[in-house]
Design a protein around this ligand. Structure first.
Ligand SMILES: [Zn+2]
Length: 189
C-alpha cells in the first residue's frame, strides 16, 4: 500500500523505472538492429532529443527513446538506457516486440549502407557481448519485421560474419528485407 502511494506521486517515467527495475526483470529474447536514417555524424544526444522533444517542437514527444544503444560514426557506443527498460524501437510483428527486445541503432543510413568500419566493428562486438549475456536471444534487423530500410543492410549476414552463432540469429524474414533495401536505392541513388 505504501508502495502504491509512492508510485502514484511519481512521474510516469519514474514509475516505469521503478516497476521495471525493482519488481520485474524482463526476459531479453531479441537484439534488434536499426539505423537512425539520418546523417552519419549526428550525435546520439541529438537522436535522443528528437524522440523526447514535444511534437510541437518537431520531435516525437515520447517519454522514452527508441534505442538502448546508439553507435556514433566514430564507433562510440552511447548507452541510453539499462537493458531492463523498454524502449520504443519496433511495432510488434512476427513475435518480436519492444517488451522483449534490446534496440541498437547506428547513426546514418539515410540513403544507403554508408556506415563506417568503426561503427560496424562496435556493432560486431556488441552482438557477441549481448548474445553471451542473453544466450537464447536472437539477433535481427528491424527490416526483417517492418517494411523499411532499417538498417540498410542484411543483419542476418552481418551477424554471421561477426561470429554470432547461427542459433542466435533470427533467420525469418517477415517483410522482405532485400526488397525494402532495394526500394531505398531506387528512391535516393
Ligand atoms: Zn528501426
Amino acid at each position: 500500500m505504501y508502495i502504491d502511494r509512492l508510485i502514484s506521486t511519481e512521474s510516469k517515467q519514474l514509475k516505469r523505472r521503478f516497476l521495471f527495475t525493482y519488481v520485474y526483470l524482463r526476459e531479453i529474447k531479441n537484439i534488434v538492429i536499426h539505423c537512425t536514417a539520418g546523417r552519419l555524424r549526428t550525435k546520439a544526444e541529438a537522436v535522443q532529443q528528437f524522440f523526447l522533444k514535444s511534437k510541437s517542437l518537431g520531435g516525437r514527444g515520447w517519454d522514452i527513446g527508441g534505442y538502448h544503444v546508439i553507435i556514433e560514426h566514430d564507433g562510440t557506443a552511447v548507452f541510453c538506457y539499462p537493458d531492463n527498460e523498454v524502449t520504443n524501437g519496433v511495432i510488434a510483428n512476427a513475435g518480436i516486440s519492444n517488451t522483449n527486445s534490446i534496440n541498437i541503432a547506428l547513426t546514418g543510413g539515410l540513403k544507403w549502407d554508408n556506415f563506417t568500419r568503426k561503427q560496424k566493428d562496435t556493432l560486431s562486438t556488441l552482438l557477441l557481448e549481448y548474445t553471451k549475456k542473453y544466450p537464447s536471444a536472437k539477433v535481427l534487423g528491424h527490416n526483417q519485421i517492418a517494411r523499411k530500410a532499417c538498417p540498410t543492410f542484411d543483419v542476418r549476414r552481418f551477424a554471421a560474419e561477426a561470429g554470432v552463432k547461427q542459433s542466435n540469429i533470427f533467420h525469418h524474414d517477415a517483410e522482405g528485407v532485400l526488397h525494402w533495401m532495394n526500394q531505398v536505392k531506387h528512391r535516393y541513388m
